[in-house]
Ligand binder design. Sequence first.
Ligand code: CO8
Length: 258
Amino acid sequence: MAFETIIVEIEDHVALIKLNRPDAMNALNDHLLGELVVALNEAQENDKVRCIVITGSEKAFAAGADIKMMSDKSFVEVFTEDLFGPEADAIMRIRKPIIAAVSGYALGGGCELAMMCDFIICSDTAKFGQPEINLGVMAGLGGSQRLTRFIGKSKAMDMNLTGRFMDADEAERSGLVSRVVPAKKLMEEAISAAHKIAEKSMIATAAVKESVNRSYETTLREGLLFERRVFQSLFATEDQKEGMAAFMEKREAQFRDK
Ligand code: CO8
């Protein structure tokens, strides 16, 4: 499908999805989120794709939901259409690993989209924030929930109440991002991490994704039991036999997703 607000490139086993509304700092509107969901579902269905990277431009990953699109909406409209809810749910249903490669602004819905990905690699120019408070509203796609679990109550309150931006160093210190790299190296680093993931057994990467995400949804006791059972179930796969045999034979494993 030809897209207007995103650019999709598939190289080897990695799908790169670039948000592309340069005039609006990649602000998220219905059109862009709709196309993003289509592209993610296509990547999920494409057997060649084993890992996905979502990125924006050097200046902005995404500066939030599109304020111009939302400004005149009534409560009844946003409630009835469940503004951005179905798209967010669809993104969370993708089972292949997704890396967010963030440069520049990741604000409001942009920060929330990055947090919906499995981990965030950012450039040293990145700025994260939940500035919705300045618009007389609040976060609506995870900025008061995921962000609080990721960086703790005090910092999440600070960001949501003051609307201040967090730079890349603070984001790494706080656990919001996994790595900070120089801006020029961002895509190289993110794509290389994606290729590394693409080499693994896809059954195992899906199991990891499901298990880590489960830790945000459940108690520690239930999460540990879920993890143990998933670990044990992986012994039903050929990839477990191959991975362990390859270790003992001192060779690279050849996973076949079986
Ligand atoms: N929406 C629409 N347009 C935007 C947005 C946005 N979020 N951000 C930037 N733009 C546009 C600007 O209007 C401008 O367009 P134009 O030239 O036509 O006026 C263009 O992008 C460039 O922006 P600036 O001139 O402002 O560039 P600066 O470099 O001066 O500033 C900033 C960059 C700091 C990113 C600034 O643009 C800014 O503060 N943007 C708004 C950030 C913000 O408030 N984000 C939160 C939005 S609300 C939200 O995300 C809620 C999500 C949850 C929804 C959940 C529903 C359930």
